[in-house]
Ligand binder design. Structure first.
Ligand SMILES: Nc1nc2c(ncn2[C@@H]2O[C@H](COP(=O)(O)OP(=O)(O)OP(=O)(O)O)[C@@H](O)[C@H]2O)c(=O)[nH]1
Length: 329
């Protein structure tokens, strides 16, 4: 079982490793970006303007100016090791102006030059707010060009518009993360868990998959706090969250919904999966408990098969009752 990927069971729509086009969001107006890229091409009297995103998978055209002479459209992906102009920008994090590429041997293997026939390129790096490169904002021409200082200012001004949108997106992500994450264990809080669970139930309805819900509660947690102090109590909570993380799949959802209460929504593919998950949890918990040299403690777990017609609150109630029935006192 692989370590759980925070991106999948948290609300994390954006990261420098994901294509922005695959994660459309109301906050970003792609129409506005389209107008900005069209304007860039128009002001430069260039046949092609682009906003290009870079990820380890390569370069993706996020926006392409809408002109007949432009051979690339939004969504086009170029291999990460292709000798394209944008790659140089991402590597150096510097602007690049090539007036006449065919006379520069370093561009001989650039498909934009030898396949598409582009001659001139001007591009600037676009950054995420954390200073990681998002990609490039650029214009290309089939003719040799001689842009003056005004053009450099212009492309940088237009780029600022795009970067301020990326900033807004990042701030939104941060606020959403704060609102949905338990700061101690860094797993979902009740709000985050409920919202993600609703999504997963909708998906299960469509895909006709089965889900189950675990309700876990640490036994005598008050006594741990009273006898060993709150710092140890906090460590116990973190270890329980880590053991849960280690026992589930990427697409499962875990959360801390109260002081010492946890929930896990899991996909059930085969009969008996729930017992295997619980076994993995118990094993991982005991290992982590030993490593962290924590006082011995146990966790009671209740399980309910999810009836997708029921409300989440009712399903939680059933799992809670199952947990209480097993509670070690
Ligand atoms: N260290 C620590 N303790 C917490 C936190 N949040 C809640 N608690 C404590 O968790 C304890 C929960 O106590 P109870 O609800 O009585 O649960 P319990 O002692 O595990 O009893 P049973 O569930 O019946 O086994 C309370 O003493 C809370 O003060 C936290 O973030 N950190």
């Amino acid at each position: 079982m692989q370590k759980n990927d925070q991106n999948d069971n948290h609300f994390n729509h954006y990261s420098p490793d994901k294509w922005l086009l695959d994660n459309p969001h109301d906050l970003i107006s792609l129409k506005k970006w389209q107008r900005t890229v069209n304007l860039l091409a128009k002001l430069f009297d260039a046949p092609a303007g682009f906003l290009v995103q870079y990820t380890p998978d390569g370069f993706q055209v996020t926006i392409a100016s809408e002109q007949e002479e432009n051979p690339y459209s939004a969504g086009a992906i170029i291999e990460p090791d292709a000798n394209i102009f944008c790659r140089r920008i991402v590597e150096t994090e510097q602007s690049l102006y090539v007036r006449n590429a065919p006379v520069e041997p370093c561009w001989d293997t650039n498909p934009e030059v030898h396949n598409d026939g582009f001659v001139s390129y001007l591009g600037v790096p676009v950054f995420w707010p954390n200073s990681q490169p998002f990609g490039t904002f650029c214009v290309m021409d089939y003719r040799e060009t001689d842009y003056d200082e005004t053009y450099f200012e212009l492309i940088n001004q237009l780029k600022d518009i795009l970067e301020s949108d990326l900033h807004l997106l990042e701030m939104y992500e941060q606020v959403q993360k704060l609102a949905t994450t338990d700061p101690l264990t860094e797993i979902n809080n009740r709000r985050g868990f409920t919202a993600l669970t609703k999504q997963r139930i909708r998906l299960a309805r469509r895909m006709k998959t089965s889900l189950g819900l675990f309700y876990l509660d640490i036994d005598q947690f008050k006594v741990i706090n009273d006898e060993h102090g709150h710092v140890t109590g906090d460590k116990v909570l973190k270890v329980v969250a880590d053991a849960l993380r280690n026992s589930i799949r990427n697409s499962d959802v875990i959360g801390r919904i109260g002081g010492d209460e946890f929930l896990a929504l899991v996909t059930i593919s085969n009969e008996g999966d729930e017992e295997k998950i619980l076994q993995r949890f118990t094993q991982s918990l005991s290992q982590l408990q030993d490593t962290a040299r924590l006082p011995g403690f146990t966790v009671s777990a209740g399980y309910a098969a999810v009836d997708i017609e029921m409300s989440i609150e009712d399903i939680i109630e059933i799992a809670d009752r199952a947990m209480l029935a097993k509670k070690k006192r």
